[in-house]
Design a protein around this ligand. Structure first.
Ligand code: HEM
Length: 349
């Protein structure tokens, strides 16, 4: 008994944390509409990110970032390592669901107008997050070093090269030279397992800090003071997120069992495949680049990125010119329908 008290005393002096303050901090009241998944979608990419980090670490134990061994090491993980196919499958599917959940989360934030004052900066952090997530998808696909993923990285770096003014430097920096080589694979590997996950972690930290500072937006701002419309973050909301997490784990397992990860042909820099396809989340840009002259397409892509980044301020201008017309809803519908149409079009050709 005396020993237990001594240990408690040691714990308290080492971690002088006030339980009451901790309770206060974790008990932030959350608006009632967050009980619905559509409104609480932000927790889903957070969960999938953790799954990707854990499975990614396991894959790194066996992956060899060398142009002569990368493909064989992925094949070894897939066919020989115990449960290697499962870990690779869960990592891959978590990556796809991560991007899908980010798009859905972005849509809910957009269509509920939650990007408006005072959350403009958090919207911009979100845009940086989705861009970094796309970078993770691109570098991860290239690591497999199979024919399709190799040529997707050739096309991707060629697109970067066409960026006005900085394009040549950018492409040389990404490739580590004039062509895809060992230096490129090393860079993609470092970006994929180190730089981009760190950037995501910092951005998620800033994103959550902003959410804590402003609270989650109210569905109807006039309900703000009605306390009965709120529920505690801990344990209620955490339990909802845990339930979603368990369901997602089953979904990832089912997807991996039904569509296990496969191996294509090994990369051959001398043979260009007849159909070069990036991952589905780049289909939209790929289709757009095929529709217009290349330079116009690149400039269009950059303009679209800047437009989305600064959207809350564009919206403020539109709101001033056309008050109460909810122009943002029409902009959102046009943007979303174009995205889906271009993506499906690219799937079908
Ligand atoms: C790893 C990526 C992301 C994570 C983990 C994340 C997480 C979250 C969480 C947990 C919330 C609280 C409410 C909710 O669950 O929906 C939230 C709100 C928010 N997110 Fe994200 N998010 C991410 C990416 C994005 C993206 C891509 C955007 C938009 C471009 C964005 C913009 C916002 C905004 C503006 C809010 C405040 C919404 C409100 O107060 O109603 N987030 N995010």
């Amino acid at each position: 008994m005396a020993n237990a008290n001594k240990q408690q005393g040691w714990l308290r002096s080492t971690f002088p944390i006030n339980g009451e303050v901790l309770k206060e901090l974790s008990n932030e009241p959350v608006p009632y509409h967050i009980k619905r998944w559509w409104y609480a979608l932000g927790g889903t990419p957070a969960y999938l990110l953790i799954i990707q980090v854990l499975t990614g670490m396991m894959l790194t134990f066996f992956y060899v970032p060398s142009t002569t061994q990368a493909y064989d090491s992925v094949a070894h993980i897939t066919h020989n390592v115990t449960f290697g196919w499962y870990i690779r499958g869960v990592h891959k599917w978590a990556g796809h669901l991560f991007i899908i959940s980010l798009i859905l989360h972005m849509c809910r934030v957009f269509f509920t107008g939650a990007f408006r004052k005072p959350r403009e900066f958090n919207w911009m952090i979100g845009v940086a997050l989705i861009m970094t997530a796309l970078g993770l998808g691109f570098t991860g696909y290239s690591l497999i070093y199979e024919q399709l993923s190799y040529w997707a990285s050739v096309v991707g770096t060629n697109i970067a090269e066409a960026t006005p003014i900085i394009g040549q430097y950018l492409a040389r920096f990404i490739r580590g030279g004039e062509e895809i080589s060992q230096s490129t694979l090393t860079r993609f590997f470092v970006l994929h397992i180190g730089v981009l996950p760190t950037v995501i972690a910092v951005l998620v930290g800033m994103h959550i800090l902003q959410i804590r500072l402003h609270g989650v937006s109210e569905l109807k701002p006039e309900d703000k003071d009605k306390k009965e419309k709120h529920f505690p973050f801990f344990p209620d909301h955490i339990l909802t997120e845990l339930t979603i997490g368990i369901l997602l784990f089953f979904l990832l397992t089912i997807l991996t069992l039904v569509f296990p990860p496969e191996m294509g042909e090994p990369a051959n820099p001398n043979v260009t495949p007849s159909h070069i396809k990036p991952e589905w989340f780049f289909f939209f840009t790929f289709r757009w680049l095929k529709l217009v002259p290349f330079e116009v397409g690149i400039i269009g892509n950059i303009c679209a990125g800047v437009f989305i980044l600064f959207w809350p301020f564009v919206d403020r201008g539109l709101e001033k010119c056309f008050p109460k017309k909810d122009i943002y809803v029409y902009v959102g519908i046009v943007g979303f329908v174009t995205f889906i149409t271009f993506t499906v079009w690219e799937v079908l050709v």
